[in-house]
Write a protein that binds this ligand. Sequence first.
Ligand SMILES: Cc1cc2nc3c(=O)[nH]c(=O)nc-3n(C[C@H](O)[C@H](O)[C@H](O)COP(=O)(O)OP(=O)(O)OC[C@H]3O[C@@H](n4cnc5c(N)ncnc54)[C@H](O)[C@@H]3O)c2cc1C
Length: 398
Amino acid sequence: MQSHYELVIVGGGMAAGRLMHQLDELGYNKSVAVVSNEAYTGYNRVLLPGFLAGHYQASDLTANDSWSTRPNFTVLPNCQVQQINLDKRTARLDANKVIHFTELVLATGSTVPRLNVPGSDLNHVFELRSLGDAEQLKQAAASANTAVVIGGGLLGLEAADALNDLGLKVQIVHRGPQLMNRQLDAAAGDQLALKLAQEGITLSLNAQVNRILGVERVTAVELNDGTRHTADLVLFATGSSPNVALADQAGLNCAHGITTDQNLRTSAPGVYALGECANVDGSNFALVEATYAQADALAATLFGRTQSVPPITLGTRLKVSSTALFAAGETRPSRDDKLNDVIVEDDRDGIYRRLFFSDRKLIGAVLLGNTDAAREITQKIGTQIADRDRDRLAFGIS
Ligand SMILES: Cc1cc2nc3c(=O)[nH]c(=O)nc-3n(C[C@H](O)[C@H](O)[C@H](O)COP(=O)(O)OP(=O)(O)OC[C@H]3O[C@@H](n4cnc5c(N)ncnc54)[C@H](O)[C@@H]3O)c2cc1C
């Protein structure tokens, strides 16, 4: 390991992987070190539920990128950055090793915040954030019959579906009044709940966890109303909390993420942040598309062609076996007099489509059952839609 790198990247997740890929494409010839506290760098985290369900092998997620063989690019795996000193331009690693940098990128991602309830540290209580987590969860699932998933958002539903595929009896406990309440309108949430129930996944909505029961190992989850759900394992899918401790301790401005401008510049010169740890111009995203757009802009900037992150419309796709689901843009708009929507439902085929308009402009959409129009809708969000196109999109005609 050399002692000085022109560029040090902290974190070897999807943001770092895409950044290295882009730097490679641009022919970046300065020395770069990626310090990753995981064994693999840049692997496809999105496929973790599929890996858990047995649809993918670890090697499907970790396919090597060509940048990894570049002589000026170094990866330091299984290595944690413990502290950063911005005056001395140093990063202290495990075992008190120190590396120097000229420029620094923070790509530390986020953590699943566990509920602060008794029993949340018992054995067989998990989260699903890394390949290591997925491997442990899979091993525990092999000898389990029942699971409780806490959280009915995208990641909770995908994990619940994977555990159901593995033959476990799965109960989802969600504190909101409907599933995926950040992305779906109430009717789509209800339809989704119905489809999961048909798969055998049961739900508790408006439910608060009181405590997790067990001696050493978890046995049940108790809700505030006294209901108990038997659990051989518990999974926290309670959102994501940006990893800012390192940046905060180094004196960088942080608020719901490491604060950056549209060029991914933090409050210190020559220090950048991107991905789930960053709050870019007031927004923190937990989606790959946003992370990749940031990585592409940052690669150009580091290469000397300053570029800001372009505005993009983000869509969410749920990957579960019971149904196809896509949501993008504003799907829970506040009422105003220019707002209208078009709903198409076909119970027989399990289709639900709802498009939201404001002043004839498409502002959001939910597609359940058939998501063929997802790409076109994403492109059209923010634009005026002619009546003919509105009906065509609503009826799913391409
Ligand atoms: C199970 C799951 C399913 C998902 N599905 C979807 C999906 O369907 N669609 C979608 O758009 N997004 C999805 N996401 C979100 C997507 O994976 C993230 O938005 C993306 O990975 C963000 O990239 P990142 O590099 O910022 O963070 P991460 O990929 O989390 O990488 C951060 C890395 O930094 C490491 N690290 C942190 N601190 C240090 C330190 N001090 N020293 C060294 N290393 C450190 C972490 O261990 C981690 O390896 C999913 C995420 C998960 C967990």
